[in-house]
Design a protein around this ligand. Structure first.
Ligand code: SAH
Ligand code: TYD
Ligand code: ZN
Length: 409
């Protein structure tokens, strides 16, 4: 019998179902003159808790290694995501934040992509963001930011200073945080009895359905479902009262939690829980089959890139995403197969991708001399990118996609 480790939510037995092997930190882009022998690696593997059904990494990377003054992910890099968050901010203004003098706290506000809109409308707000690089950009937009990790102690300090919150919000952040007990204790303390805790993160149901295995990397510790979140909430004095499926980042769910007994759960909650049960989403058999699909994509992608190289075709990576660290390191894709990756983020340009050391260049390097193929690492932004890069296709260029399967379009 294989050994298990304790679940970070309920201490139940977590059974591993896929091992990505030795992986670097997904956002640790290296200077070209870095001492590669000092690069940090860890074992990236995922498991599922036999008690509460939460899918999670089996090894935790210390948070200060990932989130710091050089953190290079700036949320406002996508026009589509800017619209997404502006839409949510406007909706909150007419709903949960429409009472007298509302107060909203965002965990992981990054460069202020969401809070910027609320700051402009004069709502009392606070962003909690440990990465000084992105927090500084948020502050420049007029967002009130506190450069620290959110946890129970932070929540109590905010409570003392600003009082209770009507809304606590987190996008693509809660799934980054292994120390959930402290987070939820903080949320409980900081939230008004009538308030809500809203968070949105990649949905395990979509990851399994589309084999989007590159959502699994150091920063993504938990892979939520309605069932596991309902269980997690119940264990922490909270209740899952609504779920909403989102199309962003390849499929997410927005969860709404309220203090237990305060709000009537919507029908959508029971419906999604039932769907997950029907799909046997948290069963080891389902998750092991997902693992088999990952290996097929790895083999197909490596075979395609090797064949294209043999045929003398040029292939460039598009989007130096955190996700692509998992793909390139799992498949062994280095500069000999993909000589560079282009990306709009200045903090990534001129550096090397983690683990596989592919140079990151500006988008000019791509459009200056179009390659035969572009490997779309930022596949979650496919619509936006393909619309912006119509000339590439007009010049005869083709896109390589690997989610949900390897194909050339
Ligand atoms: N909300 C943005 C950013 C997501 S990236 C978006 O959806 O695009 C995740 C962010 O969470 C990073 O900016 C990281 O610095 C931040 N973060 C990590 N741990 C945190 C914690 N304990 N409290 C608050 N923010 C945290
Ligand atoms: P994203 O897929 O949002 O997240 P993650 O890093 O968590 O996997 O990252 C998108 C990356 O792609 C980011 O580095 C910015 C870059 N990008 C471009 O280079 N061009 C574009 O048109 C867009 C939308 C993104
Ligand atoms: Zn558990």
């Amino acid at each position: 019998m294989s050994s298990t480790i304790p679940c970070r939510i309920c201490a139940g037995p977590v059974q591993e179902f896929f091992d990505f092997g030795r992986q670097p930190l997904s956002d640790a882009f290296l200077p070209v003159d870095a001492d590669f022998s000092q690069e940090f690696f860890f074992r990236l593997a995922v498991g599922v808790c036999g008690t509460c059904g939460m899918v999670q990494l089996t090894e935790e990377v210390p948070r200060d290694r990932m989130f710091h003054e050089d953190y290079p992910y700036f949320s406002s890099g996508s026009a589509y995501m800017r619209e997404h968050f502006e839409g949510l901010a406007k909706r909150l203004l007419t709903t949960e934040l429409s009472g007298g003098d509302p107060f909203v706290v965002e965990l992981g506000c990054n460069d202020g992509v969401m809070l910027g809109t609320l700051a402009d409308s004069g709502v009392r707000h606070l962003g909690v963001e440990p990465s000084a690089s992105v927090a500084a950009v948020a502050a420049g937009k007029g967002v009130r930011v506190r450069t620290s990790f959110f946890e129970e102690a932070t929540a109590r300090e905010i409570l003392a200073e600003d009082g209770q919150a009507d809304v606590i919000y987190a996008a693509n952040t809660l799934c980054h945080i292994p120390y959930m007990d402290s987070i939820l204790a903080g949320v409980r303390a900081l939230l008004k009895p009538t308030g809500v805790f809203v968070f949105e993160d990649p949905y395990l149901g979509d990851i399994v359905e589309r084999t989007s295995f590159d959502q699994i990397y150091d920063e993504h510790f938990f892979f939520f479902t309605a069932s596991s979140v309902r269980e997690m909430a119940a264990r922490n004095g909270l209740e899952l009262v609504d779920v909403e499926r989102l199309t962003v980042h390849g499929g997410e769910v927005r969860y709404t939690l309220a203090p237990a007994g305060q709000r009537q759960p919507s029908e959508a909650v029971a419906a999604l829980v039932a769907e997950e049960k029907e799909r046997k989403l948290s069963d080891l058999t389902t998750l092991r089959a997902f693992g088999e699909n990952v290996l097929k994509i790895r083999d197909d992608l490596t075979a395609l890139l090797t064949r294209l190289r043999a045929e003398g075709k040029s292939v460039v990576g598009y989007g130096a995403t955190a996700k692509s660290a998992t793909v390139t390191n799992l498949c062994g894709i280095g500069p000999e197969l993909v000589p560079f990756v282009c990306d709009t983020t200045p903090a990534k340009q001129g550096r090397l991708t983690p683990g596989t050391h592919i140079p990151v260049r500006t988008p000019d390097a791509f459009s200056g001399d179009y390659p035969d193929y572009a490997l779309l690492f930022a596949w979650n932004h496919a619509e936006e990118i393909m619309a912006n890069e119509q000339e590439f296709r007009a010049a005869g260029g083709k896109w390589i996609l690997y989610v949900p399967e390897v194909k050339v379009v």
